[in-house]
Design a protein around this ligand. Structure first.
Ligand code: XBP
Ligand code: MG
Length: 259
């Protein structure tokens, strides 16, 4: 039985990283007078670390280890991330990042069929609500019974914490859920919580290891713009609707709760 769809945000609901988070980090670095510039290629490497604050710390440790640490570095990381989030939300509110193909259509179909919707993401709750408001309208925030986001859990993806949190808040077993992810870190997180997962890739994640995914697609597709199947037993050219979601869960569902 499929009762709930759980969506990742960055890379899944919308292609937010290259032209959203990345330039927002760079604006924050400039605002604080730092000569750090994350170009498209470097950002692709930094995406191995989830969480914006964790990513900044990783960047300094890996790429600026020769520089003396700025004074009160921990406080600076928090301030940089707050500034970045401000820039990112402004960019979303200008409508610069659209939803990926099939996202609106599947959300609306799921709502009409009485399925529950939830979010499990590493980004901040305010980034989630800004993206939803900008793309689907303020009222869409209430479509999601649970928005599990960011620092609400101690360990970010690939740890399963955020998906465990979402399942607990929803009060549903993993076997009734289908997760939608875009990255290896995200897939490890949802699988770690025992949730059957459908992956739609993007330019940053296409080459990653998606072992365990129920299906690997270019996107959720539209009737007029079918997805391309990259892995798994779904039809090779189609679009993801609830009947396909049910088929995925039946064919690939976990026979047991995650340990
Ligand atoms: C992707 C992430 C986030 C974003 C940046 O999240 O790892 O950290 O890159 O957002 P998702 P923050 O789980 O939705 O794929 O700076 O707010 O962390
Ligand atoms: Mg993602």
């Amino acid at each position: 039985m499929l009762s709930t769809l759980i969506f990742d945000v960055d890379g899944t609901l919308a292609d937010t990283e290259r032209d959203g988070h990345r330039p927002s980090f760079n604006l924050a670095f400039r605002e604080f007078g730092l000569d750090w510039e994350w170009d498209v290629a470097l950002y692709g490497e930094l995406l191995a670390v989830t969480g914006g604050k964790e990513r900044i710390r990783h960047f300094v440790a890996q790429y600026r280890s020769q520089d003396p640490l700025p004074r009160d570095f921990d406080a600076l990381v928090v301030k940089l991330h707050q500034a970045k989030t401000r820039h990112y939300r402004a960019l979303l509110e200008r409508g610069e990042i659209p939803l990926r193909p099939g996202v609106r259509r599947l959300l609306e179909e799921a709502r009409a069929a009485g399925l529950r919707l939830a979010i499990a993401t590493t980004t901040t709750p305010e980034n989630v609500t800004s993206l939803l408001a900008a793309t689907l309208g303020e009222e869409s925030i209430a479509w999601f019974d649970v928005i599990a986001a960011g620092d609400i859990v101690p360990a970010k993806k690939p740890a399963p914490d955020i998906y465990h949190y979402a399942l607990q808040a929803l009060g549903v077993p993993a076997r009734e859920c289908l997760a939608f992810e875009d990255s290896e870190n995200g897939l490890q997180s949802s699988l770690g919580a025992g949730i059957t997962t459908l992956v739609t890739v993007n330019e940053y994640t296409r080459g990653q290891d998606f072992q365990g995914a129920a299906a690997l697609l270019t996107d959720l597709g539209e009737p007029s713009l079918p997805y391309t199947r990259l892995q798994g037993a779904l039809p090779s050219l189609a679009y993801v609707d609830l009947s396909l979601c049910l088929q995925v869960l039946q064919n690939h569902g976990f026979p047991r709760e995650a340990c």
